[in-house]
Design a protein around this ligand. Sequence first.
Ligand code: ZN
Length: 392
Amino acid sequence: MSIVFKMTNSKLTKQELNRYSRHLVLPEVGVEGQEKLKEAKVLIVGAGGLGSPVASYLAAAGVGEIGIVDFDKVDENNLQRQIIHSTKDIGELKTESAKKSINNLNPNVKVNIHNVKLNSKNAIEIIKNYDVVVDASDNFPTRYLVNDSCVLLKKPNVYGSIFRFEGHASVFNFDNGPCYRCLFPNPPPKDAIPSCAEAGVLGVLPGIIGTIQATEALKIILRKADVLSGRFLVYDALAMTFKELKLGKNKNCPICGENPRIKELIDYEQFCNMKEQEEKSLEEDEINVQQLKKMMDNREDFVLIDVREEHECDICKIHGARLIPLSKIMNGNIDILENIEKDKRIILHCHTGARSAEALNILRNKGFKNLKNLVGGIDAWSQEIDPEVAIY
Ligand code: ZN
């Protein structure tokens, strides 16, 4: 009885002592270790193939607080490997679906959902609240972003990646060990490595790599030796082999080396060449909705002109836009424009981009020099930037 009394004095409830009993009998975990797990906060970046086993096993193991970052929705073609989601979850946000699964498995876990695309603006705010970060993402900009944020915030980064039949795993930025950039200072050229969507992936592969990531996250929390730091694990599912590469800290690493030149988060889409490629497909006098949003966020100096008709403006509008219908511009009725300097930066938008292109040509002939047409118009704005803006 005295033992029972002592144990119920722990931070674990009687129900938790029962749930985690197979942990408690392990001397390497025990009540003390289980309490550490309960107090731990782990952030999982990505609720897909890797995130599924990571979230499930960490929840089952009794990690007290789990954060999940994802902005995507469950698609039928995810279910071949993303086992935290079910057929009935198709169309639902991955974060919501994952939270449901986790709490079905273990209602003791507090799940924080971050239904956003992790970027340089939100990463520090989100990551700073966690003890361990698990990178379960599937793209290079996010990997560099997670790595750099973890180095700046001094958080361990449990890395995993999968491709066809091959998986990689490591722990970066742990105990003064190497970071992802020590190994890969620069991203591979775009298109050098196709995505899983293009190249395919064996469904069970993320299960294995994600489970390795979950194991390492638990070991970090339990402060057990031999964490996969300074080592890079390569798993080949076809040959069924594990290889291990030794990994040293790079003293010239741009972020964790002796003279780091990266001291704050950068633009990772651009760094990984993706934005540049996207922007190239735009004409010189065009702008896309992401660029416009960025200009707004940066409070840049420009005039946004809506060239739709008034009745369309009643349905929906982009905040801050000035209405000057194309019909008036065509009639030469542009008195309202006379207050605008000829070299002022002007962005024109309409419903989908055709009328504003026409308006742009008219205004250019009137001497305006700094004009851009919003590609996709307010329709693209609703779909990509602000879902509150009605689509018509
Ligand atoms: Zn480094």
